[in-house]
Design a protein around this ligand. Structure first.
Ligand code: SF4
Length: 340
């Protein structure tokens, strides 16, 4: 594809879908206005479309395509990266984690339920907390250096305007406090793998180059903290690269239309396994983790073994918690996982 893409040509070839046409127009503008573009690909469906969009808009020679390897990845993901390289004639740089997920989990603890829950439990555990049901002032005397964890535990943050529990309080996850009191974890919990295997490698790589645009596949429709942190598809940075989310306004239907129109092929996780969404492979934050375990067992038995070894304690504990909630007659919420 030529670098000199004309808006009219691009839109002539585009499907009759305003969201897609708008995304093409905006992406073309961003590619023209920037010289060094970072495109982080993950092997997931959104990142496949994002890479296609940037390349379609003439960004191929301005872009560096990077895959941040967490140290626990499906073979299907690796095959998808090879497919992208073949299809577009690009090189995808594979960057290692600061610490791979299995090592992080061994050293710092296993992620459980969500990032915030894991972080709060981790803080409490670091202070030897016994998961006791006491008022905040009493607990603060016992554990004076654990204020933020104890405020979470004691629901000390104000309610939201809608009357719903603040997401900074444990009450945001109904039944969790009761569960932890009755079943204190006998293993270490933490979401440090997010830090060492995902966040820090990106930060380090961005700092090592002079990128002026950083593309990510965040979509508003995916919900959760990651998407609600942004209001638009573009953020001009005061320092460092501008942030661009080319698919920000895409619905699931827009993605399907884009795929069909431009012949996008996604990884076997979607095509063969039938997953609707992929996140960090095997992460216990995924609320359909049982389905993922079964699919991995069928299609990637080696990975399946590894995921049970790394995350097994958390899967078991989550099952126990879900059962506990059932007994409490708490409806399971369809919360989105907090992948980053
Ligand atoms: S998304 Fe889950 S498995 Fe992946 S790095 Fe974060 S906590 Fe670990």
């Amino acid at each position: 594809m030529s670098e000199q893409i004309k808006t009219a040509d691009l839109l002539d070839e585009a499907p009759d879908n305003l969201t897609i046409q708008d995304a093409l127009g905006k992406c073309l503008q961003q590619v023209r206005n920037h010289d060094k573009i970072l495109v982080a690909v993950s092997g997931g469906a959104d990142s496949d479309i994002m890479a296609d969009l940037v390349i379609r808009c003439g960004g191929k020679n301005k872009a560096t395509f990077v895959f941040f390897n967490t140290g626990l990845e499906y073979e299907a993901t690796k095959r998808q990266l090879a497919h992208l390289e073949d299809k577009y004639g690009i090189k995808v740089m594979v960057l290692p984690p600061i610490k791979p997920i299995p090592l992080c989990v061994r050293k710092h603890g296993v992620p459980f339920w969500s990032k915030h829950v894991s972080e709060m439990i981790s803080r409490l555990q670091r202070h030897g907390f016994k998961f006791e049901d006491e008022p905040l002032d009493v607990l603060l005397k016992k554990y004076p250096r654990c204020k933020s964890g104890l405020r979470w535990w004691c629901n000390d943050f104000p309610q939201t305007d809608t009357g719903r529990a603040s997401k900074f309080n444990i009450a945001y996850v109904p039944g969790l406090k009761e569960f932890l009191i009755e079943n204190p974890p006998d293993f270490i919990i933490s979401a440090k793998c997010c830090h060492y295997a995902k966040k820090e490698p990106v930060k380090k790589f961005l700092a090592s180059g002079d990128f002026d645009l950083n593309c990510s596949g965040v979509r508003k429709a995916e919900g959760g903290d990651r998407a609600s942190a942004y209001k638009t598809c573009y953020t001009q940075a005061l320092a460092g690269p501008d942030q661009y989310r080319p698919l920000f306004w895409f619905s699931n239907a827009d993605k399907t239309e884009y795929d069909a129109h431009y012949g996008i092929t996604h990884s076997d996780c979607y095509k063969v396994w039938g997953m609707k969404r992929t996140g960090c492979a095997g992460c216990p934050f995924g609320k359909s983790f049982e389905e993922e375990i079964a699919l991995a067992e069928k299609y990637e038995p080696k990975f399946h073994k590894a995921m049970l070894k790394v995350f097994g304690a958390s899967y078991d504990y989550t099952r126990k918690f879900l059962e506990f909630r059932k007994q409490m007659k708490i409806q399971e919420k369809s919360e989105e996982p907090e992948y980053e």
